[in-house]
Design a protein around this ligand. Structure first.
Ligand code: GLU
Length: 402
């Protein structure tokens, strides 16, 4: 009898977390690396948020938090939903998790059984299918091809839904494509979900990149544009990206009370709660000035333009211009089958990013981890100087392929 569970056998480790660990190891070993790997802003957590976390510790907010989260934090989240999204959630309809990832995990564990399906548009964030698979349910992929600008076609969505479908996972702005759906596009998906045969399908909308949107585009979310879907929508968000709080581990979700209670039950028997002082820092983040977001976005848009122009100038690579988040999804089909100067055949995108790391110390994540190949993802949440170095390195390394 195998000792390890079937659940662990069904999943792969997170490629994005793996690159972050690899970079840390390489830096410890004294190697110079440029990380375009894990997605986290290079900006520090704003000082007023750090000060609030520090003050919370000094004030003795160092004990257990209730499993769903500190009430004052859930009140601040409820206000945020009202203010930014015109969505009314009471604090008991809100649950706080250790990053967005844990709220997704709790929601999946609370709702999925073997035999259930979850519709996931591709390219997807690496963790969606793995979390679904952990529960024994089946991820059902809907391809959003590069020719369609990585956008989900409502009829492709309709074709993927069966009586077994429990959830559709939406992520806009998207990690890794940067696609940000307009209100009209969301209403296209809503029309499919409103069909009589699709009334059993719920939507898990991951809005983690809500505030990182460019070119004057407006952010919208499903329950806001379709109030009739409020009762079958779980709205997920978190503070990691826009507030530069990746290490504080603050994600949250809001939805119908029965689902949130079930998620809290799971949380109470797993991590118990998110760290208490992190949540107090989160209150300061949500209730404080948001001026820094515009400053960060101005830097991000500049970096996006630098990377998109740089990538499209490298023979064999191409990418569309993302509308939000801080990733670029780069197609690299023309490089597959070529040989490195050492004679290694580039059979797939994983070998290609391995070669780039070996040859130039530049870290990217291979596209296959996001369900999109041959490609790789660049996180451009780093300085212009490093991006310029990385682009020059790619030019050299990929130009040396025969
Ligand atoms: N979400 C980020 C990424 O895609 C951070 C790592 C992770 O949790 O996946 O790189």
């Amino acid at each position: 009898m195998a000792f390890l569970s079937q659940a662990v056998g069904r999943i792969r480790p997170s490629a994005t977390v793996a690159v972050a660990s690899k970079i840390a190891e390489m830096r410890c070993a004294g190697k110079a690396v440029i990380s375009l790997g894990a997605g986290e802003p290079d900006f520090d957590t704003p000082a007023h948020i750090v000060a609030a976390g520090h003050q919370a510790m000094l004030d003795g907010k160092t004990r257990y938090s209730p499993a769903p989260g500190v009430l004052e934090f859930r009140e601040a989240i409820a206000e945020k939903f009202q203010r930014d999204n015109n969505l009314t959630y009471s604090p008991d309809q809100i649950t706080v998790g250790c990053g967005g990832k844990q709220t997704i995990f709790n929601a999946c564990l609370a709702t999925l059984d073997p035999g259930d399906d979850v519709v996931i548009p591709t390219p997807y964030w690496v963790s969606y299918p793995e979390i679904v698979a952990m529960t024994g349910a089946t991820p059902v992929f809907v391809s959003c091809s590069v020719d369609k600008g990585f956008r989900l076609d409502p009829e492709d969505l309709a074709a993927a839904i069966t009586p077994k479908t429990k959830w559709l996972i939406l992520n806009s702005p998207s990690n890794p494509t940067g696609v940000c759906y307009s209100k009209e596009e969301l209403l296209g998906f809503v029309e499919v979900l409103r069909r009589p045969e699709n009334q059993h399908v719920w939507v898990m909308t991951d809005d983690m990149y809500e505030h990182i949107v460019y070119d004057g585009l407006a952010f919208h979310t499903i329950a806001e544009v379709a109030p009739d879907l409020y009762e079958r929508t779980l709205t997920l968000n978190g503070l990691s990206k826009a507030y530069c709080m990746t290490g504080w581990r603050l994600g949250y979700a809001a939805g119908p009370l029965g689902l949130i209670k079930a998620m809290n039950k799971i949380q109470s028997q797993s991590v118990s709660s998110v760290s208490t002082f992190s949540q107090w820092a989160g209150i300061a983040a949500l209730n404080g000035s948001h001026d820094f977001i515009a400053t960060h976005n101005a830097a991000f848009v500049n970096r996006r333009d630098l990377v998109v122009a740089g990538i499209n100038a490298i023979p064999g690579l191409s990418c569309p211009k993302p509308e939000g988040a801080f990733y670029v999804c780069v197609s690299c089909g023309d490089l597959i089958g070529k040989k490195t100067p050492a004679g290694v055949v580039i059979e797939n995108d994983e070998i290609l990013v391995g070669y780039l790391l070996e040859a130039e110390g530049v870290v990217c994540v291979h596209g296959e981890a996001f369900g999109f190949s041959p490609a790789f993802r660049i996180s451009y949440a780093t300085s212009n100087e490093k991006l310029e170095h990385a682009l020059a390195a790619m030019h050299r390394a990929f130009g040396a392929l025969e």
